[in-house]
Design a binder for this molecule. Structure first.
Ligand SMILES: [Mg+2]
Length: 402
């Protein structure tokens, strides 16, 4: 969809900021007075690890924007919050991103992730709309693009059903054939959280390391191997695991122990010879502050769907930059979530690599129009207005959650 000046002008004529509840500090007279009308939700079936939920926000001038509300852990509760927060936004300026952040913070403080994902999705929609309103790519609204290449790694964990060294290796091979030069797996998922029995932990540890070794063998020494431990280890086993992974030359090891107490992650970070990464479940710059201050990881992983949205992602990246850390957005996501993260992260100096969930559904790229494009292990960002893509309603209808 192309949105030209005319739609903006129509917005000016048709939708003055008239509601008493509108934020008086947003949208001066010289700015196009587009206001939010309502939200639509599109749910598509992916796999047992979760479906994708796309939110589309409509405005007074006909300009629309999309955002990703997937993977909250409870889609129906998140949809209730999408509805509630969209109601708050009704009649507000399309620039009310900070206003939305402030207005939703108390609910998110009480309800956590299910509400945070809803607010983040609506916030993403606003930035898509703003870009279209100004005929500018959204990254220009975030300070302008400085990262030419948005390098991505293939997370093969969600698509590998045969969870053996051979099964992971086969999926890694496919990812390489699809141009990826970095691969991540979480080979300890079968280990029950909180397990401490030495013999049992050893069994899971040996099996997980064997899976990682098989992938390293397949991808060769020049491509990057990333391991996510999904917080399965305690401190003692975590330290041992980091040591035993040394010969595999990991790009990073992620979330070795649970996020709390943060001192355990910090201890592993201090001792591990490879880089450590984490933070995918943390909301907001205030949530990241103690994590970064405690030196929990070398690489922070805010998720644009969970952390509060695009402006929050930029703030978190700034906090990380101040601490001398790298930002690698977490991102098993629909193509929309990866796009919104990519637009922001293309404007920061301390970007490293973006997560991409490889191989979940064959029609993934077609969920947006023009289709998502991965080339040479990078997500191709366009300079079209807004996010540069719209939802492909045909694909969304074809794979809709019934
Ligand atoms: Mg992770």
């Amino acid at each position: 969809m192309s949105i030209g000046r005319r739609s903006v002008l129509q917005g000016l004529v048709l939708a003055p900021l008239s509601r008493a509840t509108a934020n008086p500090l947003c949208s001066g007279e010289k700015l196009p007075a587009l206001t939010v009308e309502d939200a639509e939700v599109f749910r598509v079936k992916v796999n047992e690890r979760g479906n994708w939920t796309i939110v589309r926000l409509n405005t007074s001038g006909g300009v629309t924007g999309i955002g990703d509300a997937s993977q909250s852990g409870n889609d129906s509760q998140t949809l209730a919050y999408v509805k509630q927060f969209a109601e708050l936004l009704r009649g507000q300026s399309i620039f009310a991103a900070e206003w939305l952040r402030k207005a939703t913070a108390p609910t998110i403080a009480r309800q956590g992730r299910i509400a945070a994902v809803a607010a983040s999705a609506l916030e993403q929609c606003l930035w898509d709309i703003q870009g279209k309103a100004f005929s500018a790519p959204t990254y220009d609204l975030f300070g302008g693009r400085i990262q030419e290449r948005i390098r991505v790694y293939a997370n093969i964990n969600r698509s590998t059903e045969e969870r053996t060294p051979e099964g992971f290796a086969r999926m890694a091979e496919k990812a390489i054939a699809a141009s990826f030069d970095a691969v991540k797996l979480a080979p300890f998922d079968e280990m029950p959280p909180g397990l401490t029995d030495k013999a049992q932990v050893e069994r899971f540890m040996a099996r997980g390391i064997a899976c990682a070794a098989a992938v390293r063998q397949t991808i060769g020494p020049k491509r990057d191997l990333l391991i996510d431990v999904h917080s399965r280890m305690d401190l003692e086993h975590g330290l041992e695991l980091a040591r035993r992974f040394e010969p595999l030359k990991l790009f990073w090891i992620e979330e070795v122990t649970p996020a709390k107490p943060v001192e355990n992650l910090a201890q592993i970070n201090k001792v591990a010879t490879m880089e450590t990464a984490g933070g995918e479940s943390i909301y907001g710059v205030r949530g990241f502050y103690p994590y970064i201050k405690a030196e929990a990881v070398d690489i922070v992983m805010p998720d644009v769907k969970v952390c509060g949205g695009m402006i929050e992602l930029k703030k978190i990246a700034g906090l990380a930059e101040g601490a001398g850390l790298v930002t690698s957005p977490h991102g098993p996501a629909s193509p929309v979530g990866n796009l919104t993260a990519a637009h922001v992260i293309s404007t920061v100096t301390n970007f490293n690599i973006l997560e991409f969930s490889y191989g979940e559904v064959p029609w993934r790229a077609e969920l947006i129009d023009p289709p998502e494009q991965i080339a040479d292990s990078a997500l191709v960002l366009s300079n079209r207005p807004g996010l540069g893509h719209v939802l492909n309603e045909k694909t969304a209808a074809k794979y809709a959650v019934s």
